[in-house]
Design a protein around this ligand. Structure first.
Ligand SMILES: Nc1ncnc2c1ncn2[C@@H]1O[C@H](COP(=O)(O)OP(=O)(O)OP(=O)(O)O)[C@@H](O)[C@H]1O
Length: 243
């Protein structure tokens, strides 16, 4: 059993998001159990752990797509503007440009400003040449950049990304990682899941490590990768804990 008090070393910073004893059950099975953690106002958090550990669930609960069975998800400084990017982007059956102008419309941006802002975002994410193409025929990397451009337009205070690069080639992965760095520079709080230890080392300021639906470790990245306190996390970092 992990000593939970030993495993948590970053609870002191001002809180953006607090999970208080959050559990999630489905059909009598406990999929997440008694997860308490605090995320500070800035930085990049990587949620890691073996398959089925509950990473996506945790992120969906935090984003409000699911409600906890027990416990609470709290935003102490108020509900932020937030966006979520998925492994397989959910895009409308419209052009790349229209996907973006639609987002602006539902966010109450005046019609006269929408096209210029959408074009700016397409330009920023290297998608100007495919503006008129149906979003669903874009390549995987282009679709993911379009999903990021859509998030960019709402200038989120918190951005959740669930395995955003899992299906992409190295160039597309680099583009997504660069985009995440851009969000971070603009002040967006990043919360992301990844299976890729190399990617996590490149991006993470801190790591939340889950195993079997439990929070095992929440540490600064350097601590997690070089001196994780739990045996599970040490095995995971060595590539020995696959499920
Ligand atoms: N909405 C849901 N309703 C019921 N069960 C779910 C739901 N979402 C996920 N699960 C189950 O909860 C467990 C944790 O799933 P989750 O997707 O969070 O794992 P994960 O850590 O993201 O795994 P992976 O690395 O394989 O993506 C799994 O056993 C999954 O089948």
């Amino acid at each position: 059993m992990t000593d939970m008090s030993m495993a948590m070393d970053i609870q002191e910073a001002p809180a953006r998001l607090k999970l208080d004893a959050v559990s999630f059950e489905h059909r009598g099975q406990t999929l997440l159990e008694d997860v308490s953690l605090t995320l500070s106002t800035s930085g990049k958090t990587l949620i890691m752990g073996p398959n089925g550990a509950g990473k996506s669930l945790l992120m969906r609960l935090a984003h409000g797509l699911l409600q906890p069975s027990r416990g609470q998800v709290q935003w102490p400084a108020g509900q932020p503007r937030q966006a979520m990017v998925f492994q397989r982007p959910v895009l409308l059956r419209r052009s790349a440009l229209a996907n973006l102008t639609y987002t602006l419309k539902i966010n109450a941006v005046p019609r006269a400003k929408r096209r210029a802002l959408a074009h700016e975002a397409l330009e920023h994410f290297g998608l100007a040449a495919v503006a008129k193409r149906p979003a669903r025929v874009l390549s995987g990397g282009e679709q993911q950049r379009l999903a990021l451009a859509r998030a960019w337009l709402i200038n989120p205070e918190v951005l959740f990304l669930d395995e955003p690069t899992a299906a992409l080639d190295p160039a597309a992965i680099k583009a997504v990682e660069d985009a995440i760095a851009d969000f971070h520079r603009r002040g967006t709080r990043i919360v992301m899941t990844s299976h890729d230890l190399h990617q996590a080392r490149r991006l993470a300021d801190e790591v939340i490590f889950l195993c079997n639906g439990r929070l095992v470790e929440h540490s600064k990245a350097e601590t997690f990768f070089s001196a994780a306190r739990s045996a599970e996390a040490r095995a995971f970092v060595k590539g020995e804990l696959v499920w």
